[in-house]
Design a protein around this ligand. Structure first.
Ligand code: FAD
Ligand code: A2P
Length: 407
């Protein structure tokens, strides 16, 4: 564990799993992961807290030699996955043996992250769970949550739902013992499905209720949004290798998020511009590239983490750019609804130039429609340059520079 912490300190980086060649081999805590270390709450790793501590870093590290990777791949370890030659935490807890965490905070802001808009599904919350250092993760991963149910077919407990992690590896409190999510409460009134008949809907934690209507309340999102500190939560994972940060501290990061798709972006931004783990010895940040966030939401009352983005913009004007598209309040010059791709089209040339640089990575998270939005935005400019956008995007994907998580 001491060694794990030392590795973390040496690297000062989120993926201390991804120890550079000069560093000691990965945290011994990970290696042994003895079965006997399981506690009553699930398959905890011995010293997993050490893993969390080791995972203090920026994924922005020098690559580890292939030989190390091969060695890691040859001996298949429980709880880790080798991605691009680096070990990352992986499915330490399964649906059959989840980790039982506790809610430490729900709604960091006055009420929720968003304000009522008149829509039934107006609410998005930021919730933090204590994982005691047993569920280490890195920026860009997800965890699963198991709600008590009943689920759609009556299952109890419900099937797991995945949530992108909204905190950096060290957690919001930088102890490596917490994980935060950004969860939108699913509420549908007089829609195709109902799990509350007329007269049955009761006010939720935010006070919203539709007793006169048939209502469908999402099984897991309502479970999470209604949590209060001290409540127990069943967690699986971590999982996900699609949205990991690049190694290069000089990489440029273009982030496209609709709604709760902001979650992984928040985890990156905490590491890049907020956490001690991302600070360099010269008083600046380890991250030396440019980060540009495009965020799409329906109303200005739904602008998630806007205060944090404004703070980064003020503190790092040369490194952080922030643009948002408020679909139901803004229109472009042609009178079209302002979607994220409509906003990006205003900077199409500049973004296109950035994407030609092999140091530039694109991260996209949120609604499925975003990918076709990219094609709409960059199709014409690709064509002007004698290229086909779909082919260009495919090549970027192959080079691991185009990361998509839509749901
Ligand atoms: P459910 O109860 O699963 O309902 C979902 C929909 O099912 C409703 O629209 C309902 O109309 C419909 N439905 C109800 N009954 C039926 C039926 N019988 N047949 C068919 N359809 C029916 N969400 C977030 O809020 N934040 C995140 O950061 C986030 N990250 C994600 C990351 C990944 C990788 C993935 C895959 C998903 C992510 N999600 C995220 C979505 C999340 O996993 C859940 O899908 C979401 O919270 C809704 O779950 P629920 O249990 O509340 O709703
Ligand atoms: P709208 O709902 O006005 O059509 P949320 O998840 O909070 O609802 O936010 C999702 C945001 O993404 C909304 O502003 C929504 O707009 C917008 N949106 C919907 N469809 C697309 C699409 N195909 N491409 C980009 N953004 C979209």
């Amino acid at each position: 564990m001491a060694q794990a912490a030392a590795v973390g300190a040496l690297l000062g980086a989120s993926t201390a799993f991804l120890a550079p060649s000069a560093a000691p081999a990965p945290a011994p805590a990970l290696r042994g992961a003895p079965h006997s270390s399981r506690d009553s709450t699930g398959p905890g790793l011995a010293g997993a807290a050490g893993v969390g501590a080791a995972a203090l870093g920026l994924g922005l590290l020098a690559a580890r030699p292939a030989a190390t990777a091969c060695r890691a791949a040859a001996v298949k370890k429980k709880g880790v996955k080798v991605v691009h030659g680096k070990e990352i935490p992986w499915n330490l807890f399964s649906p059959k043996a989840p980790y039982q965490g506790k809610v430490v905070e729900n709604d960091v802001h006055k009420q929720t992250l968003t304000e009522p808009t008149g829509d039934a599904n107006w609410e998005t919350t930021h919730v933090t769970f204590d994982h005691g250092g047993k569920v280490p993760y890195i920026e860009g991963q997800s965890i699963g949550v198991i709600a008590p149910g009943p689920d759609k077919k009556g299952e109890q407990p419900a099937k797991i739902r995945l949530y992108s992690i909204a905190s950096s590896a060290v957690g919001d409190d930088q102890t490596s013992k917490t994980v935060s999510l950004c969860v939108k409460r699913v509420v549908e009134v007089d829609g195709k499905f109902a799990n509350r008949q007329k007269g049955e809907d009761k006010p939720d934690k935010a006070g919203t209720a539709y007793p006169e209507n048939q209502v469908y309340r999402g099984v897991c999102s309502n479970h999470i949004c209604d949590m209060t500190p001290g409540d127990e939560v069943l967690i699986t994972g971590p999982t996900g290798a699609e949205m990991l940060l690049p190694e290069d501290p000089e990489a440029n990061i273009i982030m496209l998020a609709t709604g709760t798709g902001i979650a992984p972006m928040r985890s990156y931004l905490r590491l890049l511009f907020h956490d001690k783990a991302g600070a360099s010895s010269d008083g600046g940040r380890k991250f030396k590239g440019k980060a540009w966030l495009f965020m799409g939401v329906p109303y200005s009352k739904s602008l998630l983490y806007d205060d944090e983005h404004q703070t980064y913009k003020k503190a790092f004007p040369d490194q952080f750019r922030y643009d948002y598209a408020v679909s139901r309040e803004q229109k472009n010059a042609a009178g079209q609804k302002m979607y994220i791709q409509t906003k990006m089209a205003e900077y199409a040339e500049e973004l296109w130039e950035m994407m030609q640089d092999e140091k530039t990575h694109v991260y996209m998270c949120g609604l499925k429609g975003m990918e076709s939005g990219m094609a709409e935005c960059f199709g014409p400019i690709a064509e002007k340059n004698g290229l086909v956008w779909a082919e260009f995007a495919k090549a970027m994907k192959k080079a691991d520079r185009y990361h998509v998580e839509v749901y």
